[in-house]
Design a protein around this ligand. Sequence first.
Ligand code: COA
Length: 407
Amino acid sequence: MTGRGEAELPTVHQAQGAVTKNVGLRGVTVADTAVSHVDGRAGRLLYRGYAIDVLAERSSYEEVAYLLIMGDMPTPGELEAFRAELGARRVLTAGEVDLLRAFCLDNRPMEVLQAVTAVLAAGDIAPAITTDKETERRRALGLTAKMASLTAAWHRVRQGLDPVPAEPGLGHAADFLRMLHAADPDPALARDMDVALILHADHSMNASTFVARSVTSTRAHIYAAVSAALGALSGELHGGANSRVMEMLEEIGDPEQAEPYVRARLEVGERIMGMGHAVYATDDPRAIILREMARRAGERVGDPRWYEITRRVQEATQRLFRERKGGEIYPNVDLYSASLYHVMGIPRDLFTPVFAVSRVAGWSAHVIEERFAEVQGKPQLYRPLSDYVGRYCGPESCEYVPLERRG
Ligand code: COA
């Protein structure tokens, strides 16, 4: 059923003070935020004022998670306490492990994470909706801790293995890799993971963050908001792109095949995963850092092929895109993270969960900002409008025809 039917629809939106329509909210500012800033023209990303390249070089994921969740850089003592609590909260309870064991072994990891995150609310003794910012921050920290251990534990459980218990004294990234592989990680690869987590931790009003904030605006709790955000992240146009990039690299298989692959895909109007961005009109600063990390990591483990295929995919896409559309396209955060995670021994279907292991800190920071109205310029409740283009029979509405008289 399409079209408006017989009568003209009244323009109620104007009466409600509607502004110009913008399908998909492109170019529409829906809130102010102090959490992060993307300058798409200059290719800059700031977390609470700090440039992403400086954080990637000098900081740790724990420090960045503190910055996002608590609102400022920690002192040495604050960081130590935060690290200790993050480590302690990585330890899963027996109930949480039992919960994982209740899933079908072929459930996809993002589905498991989304479901388990929603259920974590049950383990919280405080009322789900809190008016105490410190309680909400502790929940954010707990969610950040658990996202890593749940991801690693699910990978073990689905193989019929016992989860590897967290080691609270280790760094978050190193412990995540250790829990995943049941082996101490190469320190250089652990640092690469630390940097990858820093790079994915926040990105202003992206699709999953908007979802988290929108859920929070209804006064639902943080577990509901993060669970919903996980669902949004799983899609291939968002966080799901990194595992689709790896699928593409495996399909290409040989650097020489990158160009013909890209050409064939573009010819039938398909998208090249890991390329393009809704906000950046130049290089994504995260992709620049990840590209070098992927190159180094590939060489370090003696498997440079995946980096090489990725590099050629980038070059071919940019050249052919320019020829076809006369414009530029750039790699996004998902292009080079794929080969990086692959040479770290991370299975392809865990790439998006790794994104979530990082982004949970950013979502949480936005939830806190939303819940406690930390900045002005935000709505009480996100409630956009839509233009109704369906059947309309005038003020009396359409006649209901009983089922037996239809058809
Ligand atoms: N490969 C090929 N063409 C692409 C493309 C890609 N990755 N990304 C965008 N385009 C093309 C579109 O086909 C469209 O062409 P058209 O105008 O002839 O129809 C044009 O560029 C604009 O596309 P649009 O979807 O409006 O651009 P956008 O900037 O809003 O898209 C993404 C942003 C991320 C959705 C898009 O680039 C994409 O789908 N990328 C692949 C998925 C991905 O890597 N997602 C992770 C994002 S971090």
